[in-house]
Design a protein around this ligand. Sequence first.
Ligand code: NDP
Length: 524
Amino acid sequence: MATPSTRQGEARSTATTDRRGHDVLQSHAPATGVLLGEVPISSPEEVRGAVARARRAQEAWGLLPLAERSERVLRYRGALVDRAEEVVDLISRECGKPKQEALLHEVAPIADLTTYYAKRAGKSLARREIEMHLMKHKRAHVHYAPRGVVGIISPWNFPFSITMGDAIAALIAGNAVVVKPSEVTPLVLQKAKEIWDATGLAEDLFQVVHGYGGTGAALIDAGVDKIVFTGGVATGKRVAAMCGERLIPCTLELGGKAPLIACADADVERTARAIVFGGFANSGQICVSVERVYAHEAIHDRLLERVVGLVSELRQGDPQSASVDVGAVTFPKQLEIAEAHLRDAIGKGAELRAGGKRRAGQGMFFEPTILARCDHRMTVMTEEIFGPIVPFMKVSTEEEAIALANDSHLGLNAYVFTKDRERGGRIAERVVAGSVLVNDVLVNHACPETPFGGVKQSGIGRVHGEDALREMCEVRHVMVDRVPSLERDPIWFPYTPELLKWAFKGARALFGGGSLASKLGELL
Ligand code: NDP
């Protein structure tokens, strides 16, 4: 029997037993409280069994030509898009996010990412010749071999796009995949698996195990060859420690505290709309949500007024309606976290300009909230919010904004708004973050070509792009002689005084400070 994490009591999904006595997770819609479905909780033995079956399936899959694997994964894309309404509907219900976001932030980016990797993988994973630096008589190349079974542990805010992006990259690279989705949103991945199986692709290649944190830990312990973890910083450290003990590589996508720098010359209308979209899409539960605004004093008041005006126009409610902008909060604990941030900020002098409370009645809704007069004594400016609150701080110079943006233990996304794109690019390079967008928000997670990931405590490694595909593989190196091999290389045994003398001469000629050495150095 799986051990529920300590979060069970406060979680929206509840553990219970079904008629046959199996432990199951029940998932309820955050907007309505309606029971959406249930999935069986996997025991550690079942997790080990899933990894063992995945390993057997991978043996044949990994031997297929890359073009063939890509073609087969594209069949999954076709089936997914054919059933897009069904998937979008479930994501919207289970997460509480508007259907437009379920389609454009989750399903469509995965269709695009699959297309990109299917087209690009041949080049990215092609055997790569290495130009030899000193030993010109050698020829070397690297090739990319699948790792085996990749374990994916994923969160509840983007249960489809985060998980499937990693899964598709791993599969195209020749691996099998076992996923442990968040206990809060288990049904979305169950649907992804149902579509995979219906596509006629080897069922054991892509498997889903369910449960709480203990099931994630069981997956790390089940003999996988790599872990891709997306979640909070604290859990990420535990996952990294477990991977360290087992010496398996892990990619960690952790929290964010994205700053938005609004320069004196920023376009007020675009910046205001970007703040509202970047702060309140998915009710602010995005690792790259706009989490703090540093607005130059020349623009601050106008920008704040416009943002407050736009927030008053937002329509919040059941995300099943296509006319709703902001849906429900997915995970109940986020309501308490939002309230704690607000209490702390207002207690220290912040001014509430919009929202500020849970919505009364059915469902888990928190009003889109704007705070002004914030500063770094407040947790709302320094700790991840992961909810619908955007705090503003007035700054006098760009230097001050950059210093404040960098005053964080996190560094995932950051944003700079200015009409001068060149200057925007220069500021962007001084902000310590995995990605910095000029005059835009959020969109980079939907670009499969660009590396996505954090610096500082926001994580280790990258997803998306060529590097992520290669990280799904072992880099293996092969070296051969360009010319027929000698019977004995001069540096092999036996060592002699003569050899040592020539070795010194050679080292001086190649690396010493003399003119011949410098000339040779230039050539090498
Ligand atoms: P958690 O860290 O609580 O959980 C992430 C996953 O890890 C869940 O599936 C969870 O299972 C599982 N887990 C929990 N404990 C363990 C353990 N000891 N060993 C292995 N797995 C475990 O994160 P949330 O689900 O609350 O997600 C929110 C966080 O994710 C935010 O901090 C957000 O910033 C971050 N995030 C980062 C992104 C990025 O790309 N950098 C993208 C999206 C979110 P269970 O749910 O059952 O506890």
